[in-house]
Design a protein around this ligand. Structure first.
Ligand code: MN3
Length: 212
């Protein structure tokens, strides 16, 4: 699938009901087929009259956002950000027990243990940060090429790329990610989300950044 204009909706890497009972089918359908599709459609609409940007990847549109014509700069930032963050969020979940196992992320676990003491301690700190997202946004476990980890909140559809960082793990803290099942109980959603966290993908992300 092309990583440039016109951007297309990638299918989920698992079935809509794969994350039950933690993340419900209806939420996954709406979140992927409507919310994510809207960001893609709006991004394509913003780029439609700018052929000089049609070869740019999602990452380039975000990283070099200052070079995007001012008239569409904010629309591109918000909608490319929405696509980038959602792709990372959906890829970061799984129903595969092997991928969820800490053994699937040896390098990342070593660094988490060094910096946070244990994976359980990391989860407590991460959850505290997710609960602190005011309004709509994300919590990221992010790193740079040094491999040092930081838990960082981003508002709206801002991404780690604008801070020259990469997300290793990321949770969507917008209400649409959990409201149908968890209502206003974001803490319950976070606990459920930890049960479908794809540590194999997180390890790939972590190794990829250190080698880039
Ligand atoms: Mn979302």
């Amino acid at each position: 699938m092309n990583n440039h204009y016109p951007f297309e909706l990638k299918p989920l890497p698992y079935a809509y009901d794969a994350l039950e009972p933690f993340i419900d089918t209806k939420t996954m359908q709406l979140h992927h087929d409507r919310h994510l599709l809207t960001y893609i459609n709006n991004l394509n609409a913003a780029l439609k009259d700018y052929p000089e940007l049609w070869g740019w990847s999602l990452e380039q549109l975000l990283y070099y956002n200052d070079l995007v014509p001012e008239k569409i700069r904010t629309a591109v930032k918000n909608n490319a950000g929405g696509v980038y963050n959602h792709n990372a969020y959906f890829a970061g979940m799984t129903n595969d027990a092997t991928q969820k196992n800490q053994a699937a992320a040896p390098n990342l676990m070593r660094q988490i243990n060094t910096q946070f003491g244990s994976f359980d301690n990391f989860k407590i700190q991460f959850k505290t940060q997710v609960l602190a997202v005011f309004g709509s946004g994300y919590t990221n476990l992010a790193t740079d090429q040094s491999g040092q980890l930081n838990i960082i909140n981003t508002p709206n559809q801002d991404t780690m790329l604008s801070q020259n960082l990469a997300p290793i793990i990321l949770i969507d803290a917008w209400e649409h990610a959990y409201y149908l099942k968890h209502y206003n109980l974001r803490a319950d959603y976070i606990d459920d989300w930890f049960n479908v966290l794809n540590l194999s993908q997180a390890e790939k992300n972590y190794i990829g950044v250190k080698q880039s």
